[in-house]
Design a protein around this ligand. Sequence first.
Ligand code: FES
Length: 102
Amino acid sequence: MSELIKLASRSDLPPEGEAKEFPCGDKMICVVNVNGVITAMDNVCLHRGGPLGQGVVEGDKLVCPWHGWQWDPKTGEAAHNPAAKVAVYPLKMENGDVMIEV
Ligand code: FES
């Protein structure tokens, strides 16, 4: 069953072309802004556990800061292997808050 909880304030979101980490319960969530489109995905890279929210945005991909695997922030798929997929989470804007469905 999914639950809607507050992840951040809208003003805390990363600017265009950047990513940021947010704590959510007992884990971290990676929030990415690609051309103004905000998406949320698991923060743990499937390669060796790198913190995706500390990565950089290149084009429409998020690049892991540790060894450069590229991730699609909309689908959670690795660019080189769509079978490698991190979870993505729907976001909802409610007043000034960013709510995440986990
Ligand atoms: S941990 Fe992300 S590319 Fe290695």
